[in-house]
Design a protein around this ligand. Structure first.
Ligand SMILES: Cc1cc2nc3c(=O)[nH]c(=O)nc-3n(C[C@H](O)[C@H](O)[C@H](O)COP(=O)(O)O)c2cc1C
Length: 169
């Protein structure tokens, strides 16, 4: 199974990226993981033939499954992720065949829940398949990562359950 990994954060030491790196390392024997670069030009229909955009859409369409982990910015998911999704949804014949699971990780006690619910609504609007259970909100993520490694056992077990379900799809 080819699984695309998308972090909603471009930050070098992003907690969301670290969560996805944990998944990549932990389950590398069970699936092929590809980190997807979402830093595309600001959406503009005039740029639809730009190589970077065409290539990004090919990669998106080539994945069997995609896991998005996003932080919460101002009560929503990040603008860079919305921009990417706008591009992926634009004139994409394979959109309805895409399958996506959402994780959110934030330093707050809500674990980016507002971002996650809004992202779910957008993905449903796009008509992609979204995995609804298990939900995974990683609260106070900064306390669960040490030296850039996920150390929280409860979160690891929650991730285990999520990946187990994804691998059966
Ligand atoms: C512009 C901005 C807005 C933010 N707004 C929220 C917010 O509404 N809710 C929240 O829980 N955290 C908010 N945060 C904190 C981020 O969730 C936190 O910095 C998180 O670690 C960023 O994710 P990353 O580590 O993957 O880059 C905000 C951070 C930034 C930079």
């Amino acid at each position: 199974m080819k699984i695309g990994l998308i972090s909603g954060s471009l930050r070098k030491d992003s907690f969301n990226t670290l969560i996805l790196k944990y998944i990549e390392e932990e389950y590398k024997e069970k699936a092929t993981f590809n980190f997807i670069d979402i830093a595309l030009p600001l959406f503009n229909e005039d740029l639809k033939e730009v190589d970077q955009v065409k290539k990004a859409k090919e990669i998106f369409n080539d994945m069997d499954f995609i896991i998005i982990s996003t932080p919460e910015y101002s009560y929503s998911f990040t603008g860079v992720l919305k921009n990417y999704l706008d591009w992926m949804s634009y004139q994409n014949d394979l959109l309805s065949t895409r399958k996506i699971s959402i994780i959110s990780a934030s330093m707050s006690i809500l674990g980016g829940s507002r971002a996650q619910y809004q992202l779910r609504q957008v993905l449903q609007g796009m008509g992609v398949y979204t995995l609804s259970r298990p939900e995974l909100f990683i609260t106070e993520v900064h306390k669960k990562i040490e030296n850039n490694v996920l150390v929280d056992e409860k979160t690891k077990k929650q991730i285990d359950k999520l990946i187990e379900v994804i691998l059966t799809i």
